[in-house]
Design a protein around this ligand. Structure first.
Ligand code: IPM
Ligand code: MG
Length: 370
């Protein structure tokens, strides 16, 4: 593969630099053994960027992100920056990346590795073999809607406003991603909103159904209220194949789905923009877990979600499905051998550090490639 592909690495805050350091070793491994070579750039984002440059992401970093073939991000945020005004918070760096790169489609697969069935807080039978995907709308809805803000009223009270807003085209483009994905999987889509109380939910439901009836008759479409979906995810998650939902519900439901897999530390994600004339999409890959300030710097964080995010990068941005599968296989084998970070520890397994988990994955990659 050509080396002129550009990858921008943004380690960020908290455990971000730790998981990224180990994932860079995997990236190196692929450069050496599989000729998957990138020009790798690295920049600050989030609190780290605030501390150095005074802003959650610099214009230079934004420019590099816009010019990159793919961005790999660790995590942003932490208690140190919690009291900053909204537009200065670490999270704004991530939200700006998503918005300015036009990454409207967030793909969050929740797949339970056989070896981790016992690491889930749910009964083994409920999660064994689980394989669902949440397709979350990422640059609309209440995260970005206006008006927004906090004002002081004449009587001295304060009043806060956020706006949940969706247009037909925003709903259609995310629904299309979900339907296309379902065609490659179980051909089932569950569309999730609160049409019982929100107009944005009514429009969402109508548009998704219209698209199904017009273009995706081969897909079985169901609709579910978001509260019920949260409940169904812990009651019987295997009923789902692809879930498509808005930005805020997708945020909540994907944490919930992540936990079914045993740990937030296992879940990768891809955020994709629209395909350009050459079929290329802007893309950002990141673990679903956050910056986890409570365990940052201790060398105990699970690096697998970031490594699996790199696998998604190989699959979606470079079309290297075999290489992606190689990482997934290596991770599965390492877990099957009983190697565990603290978050997925089960009785009888071997508890290892972040670095030792990466050592194990690299050794397994060597073995699989031999
Ligand atoms: C996520 C995170 C982000 C979000 C935060 C860090 C802004 O929770 O990616 O799920 O709310 O989207
Ligand atoms: Mg979240």
């Amino acid at each position: 593969m050509s080396a002129n592909k550009k990858l921008l690495v943004l380690p960020g805050d908290g455990v971000g630099p730790e998981v990224m350091r180990e994932t860079l070793r995997v990236i190196d491994w692929f450069a050496k053994h599989r000729a998957v070579a990138f020009e790798v750039g690295e920049r600050l984002v989030g609190g780290a960027s605030i501390d150095r440059h005074g802003v959650p992401i610099t214009e230079e970093a934004m420019e590099e992100a816009l010019g990159a073939d793919a961005v790999l991000l660790g995590a942003v945020g932490g208690p140190k920056w919690d009291n900053l005004p909204f537009d200065k918070k670490p999270e704004r760096g991530l939200l700006r990346l998503r918005k300015d790169l036009g990454l409207f489609a967030n793909i969050r697969p929740a797949h339970v590795f056989d070896a981790l069935v016992d690491a889930s807080t749910l009964k083994p039978d409920i999660v064994r073999g689980l394989d669902l995907v949440i397709v979350r709308e990422l640059i609309g809805g209440v995260y970005f809607g206006t008006p927004r803000g906090i004002e002081t009223l004449p009587d001295g009270q304060r009043r806060a406003v956020n706006t949940q807003v969706y247009t037909t085209s925003e709903i259609q483009r995310i629904a299309r991603v979900a339907f296309d994905l379902a065609r490659l999987r179980g051909r089932k889509v569950c569309s999730v909103e609160k049409a019982n109380v929100m107009e944005s939910g009514v429009l969402w439901r109508e548009e998704v159904q219209k698209m199904r009836d017009a273009e995706y008759k081969d897909i079985e479409l169901s609709h579910m209220y978001a509260d019920n979906c949260a409940m169904q995810l812990v009651r019987n998650p295997k009923q789902f194949d692809v879930i498509v939902t808005d930005n805020l519900f997708g945020d909540l439901l994907s944490d919930c789905a992540a936990m079914l897999t045993g740990s937030l530390g296992m879940l990768p994600s891809a955020s994709l923009g629209a395909a350009d004339a050459r079929g290329a999409r802007k893309a950002l890959y990141e673990p679903v877990h956050g910056s986890a300030p409570d365990i940052a710097g201790k060398g105990v964080v699970n690096p697998l979600a970031t490594m699996l995010s790199y696998a998604m990068l190989l699959r979606y941005s470079l079309g290297l499905a075999d290489d992606a599968a190689l990482i997934e296989k290596a991770a599965a084998n390492v877990l099957a051998a009983g190697t565990r970070t603290a978050d997925i520890m089960t009785p009888g397994a071997t508890k290892v550090s972040t670095t030792a988990m990466a050592d194990a994955v690299l050794a397994e990659l060597d073995r699989l490639a031999a």
